[in-house]
Design a protein around this ligand. Structure first.
Ligand code: NAD
Length: 485
């Protein structure tokens, strides 16, 4: 096992701590304390922002081709350190080793997109009238902040920081206080890759430091990924302080299953989507809308889900509170008359009795007005709502306040197309349960799953992390003026 260190802030290329209050870091695998982190204050943030502001001058004056060289080296370091990075995700978040490794591999892919930026971010120039040229260049914003959630401690910081940095900004990362270890390792590896001091900083803590980020006059843009409740707070507060902001929130993803779907593939995909990462994915299947006669697929789902065993191929949920919340939702649905086909309550893992485990849970005959049908549960639980036809299924999907992802399972292109057109969600899957767009396509939901313009990754992120400089130049001294002078 990786020897765990006390988490510190990372400011101006150094690990530093002050006199802040400390918070315990608990591994959800076994409920044991594994580290502690500082609950930073506005003063700590001020120091990080001052370092990032100072570093911005040198960093932004490099060419993009020079800046990506650091990320070629960093990508190699991610590969060389993959076992340790995997272990950190596993121990602080609780997901399985395989899922943790997949997360780090995704971070490597995100770096590959970042290093491709010089091929994508080409500026424009045109002779708009004789001897007069217009030019548009993308320029960085300055110091920017990235606030991240607990469920992908390694990947979500890589959604934002590499792109923001390659585009010339300097960054303050505020990771979730529940999973601070991966973020500190990221800072160490970026330093090893040669990133100049102050270009990337990590500030630990909770609500207080997030509010300070939103209020800080020297932070030009803030990206946020987390729950809808906090996304709303951050979006409103950062925007009202004149920062650019994109804030990704929670999800309640609907999978519409039609009777003609391939039953093995559908059962496998739906169950993998709801139980992968213990259901703690913003792309997880949360509601299955079974259209007409799909009992044969539901039966297969139950068989498939029975092969998912807590502590073996199913990780823990993040905390005791999360376990209680998830089990509370299941109990409430049962009381309201829904049928529990597979019950994951009271799961324990031998030797890890103090860990926070919930087994895979399938709840049938859920009504659209029940809490399990409407609210984000964020655990390995799927609610099945029965619909008589596809129109009713689409209406059920559309009624959700969220809109991260939706998927359809069918062999019919025509029916799939009706869902592609009709679903009110930013990311649509056809016969795929976790429809995450791969780079260079961008990631982002609709409705209460995202606030702000554009998406957070891929090409869309280029717009978010830059501003356009427009230059008009005249090179025809013989023409004293033209109609637009
Ligand atoms: P969270 O909203 O509790 O925390 C996210 C961040 O906000 C953390 O860094 C935390 O320190 C900070 N924070 C928490 N409470 C705050 C408050 N009152 N004021 C200011 N800051 C506060 O989210 P989480 O529990 O860490 O993550 C799970 C949530 O994230 C789920 O809702 C999930 O759907 C969502 N998520 C969404 C996406 C997406 O792409 N839409 C991706 C990953 C996770």
């Amino acid at each position: 096992m990786v020897p765990l260190q006390k988490v510190m802030n990372f400011i101006d290329g150094k690990k530093v701590n002050g006199e802040q209050a400390l918070m315990d870091v608990i591994s959800p695998i076994n409920g044991q304390k594994i580290s502690s982190l500082p609950l930073s204050t506005r003063e700590d943030l001020d120091r990080a922002v001052a370092a990032a502001k100072k570093a911005f001058l040198g960093w932004s004056s490099l060419t993009m081709k020079e800046r990506v060289q650091f990320f070629f080296r960093y990508r190699t370091l991610l590969q060389q350190n993959i076992e340790e990075l995997t272990e950190l995700v596993h121990i602080e978040n609780g997901k399985t080793i395989e899922e943790s490794k997949a997360e780090v591999l995704k971070s490597i892919e995100l770096c590959e997109f970042a290093v491709s930026m010089p091929q994508i971010v080409t500026n424009e120039i045109q002779e708009v009238s004789k001897g007069v040229e217009c030019r548009i260049e993308r320029k960085p914003l300055g110091v920017v902040a990235c606030i991240t959630p607990f469920n992908f401690p390694n990947m979500v910081p890589h959604w934002t920081a590499p792109n923001a940095l390659v585009l010339g900004n300097t960054v303050i990362l505020k990771p979730s206080e529940l999973v601070p270890l991966s973020a500190l390792k990221m800072a160490e590896l970026l330093k090893e890759a040669g990133l100049p001091d102050g270009v990337f900083n990590v500030i630990n803590g909770g609500k207080e430091v997030v509010e300070s980020i939103c209020d800080h006059p020297d932070i030009k843009a803030t990206s946020f990924v987390g729950s809808t409740r906090v996304a709303k707070i951050v979006y409103k507060r950062a925007s009202s302080n004149l920062q650019r902001c994109v804030a990704l929130g929670g999800a309640k993803n609907h999978l519409l299953v039609l009777p003609d779907a391939n039953s093995d593939m559908t059962a496998n995909n739906v169950v993998a989507s709801m139980a992968g990462c213990a259901g703690q994915r913003c792309m997880a299947a949360s509601v299955m809308v079974g259209v007409d006669r799909v009992q044969h697929i539901i039966d297969k789902m139950v068989e498939e889900a029975k092969t998912i065993i807590p502590g073996e191929n199913l990780g823990s949920v993040i905390s005791k509170e999360a376990k209680e919340r998830i089990e509370g939702y299941i109990s409430e649905a049962e009381k309201q008359g829904a049928k529990i086909l597979l019950d994951g309550r009271n799961a324990t893992v031998p030797g890890k009795e103090d860990g926070f485990y919930v087994g895979p849970t399938i709840i049938d005959h859920v009504k659209p007005d029940m809490a399990v049908a409407k609210e984000e549960i964020f655990g390995p639980v799927i609610s099945i709502i029965r619909a008589k036809d596809l129109d009713e299924a689409i209406q059920i999907e559309n009624a959700s306040n969220y809109g991260n992802a939706a998927a359809v399972f069918t062999q019919s292109g025509g029916l799939a197309n009706r869902v592609i057109k009709g679903a009110s969600a930013g990311m649509i899957g056809v016969n795929i349960g976790v429809p995450v767009p791969r780079e260079p396509f961008s990631f982002g939901g609709w409705n209460e799953s995202k606030f702000g313009v554009g998406d957070i990754t891929g090409k869309s992120s280029i717009e978010f992390w830059t501003q356009n400089k427009k230059t008009t130049a005249k090179w025809n001294p013989e023409d004293k003026r033209d109609w637009m002078s």
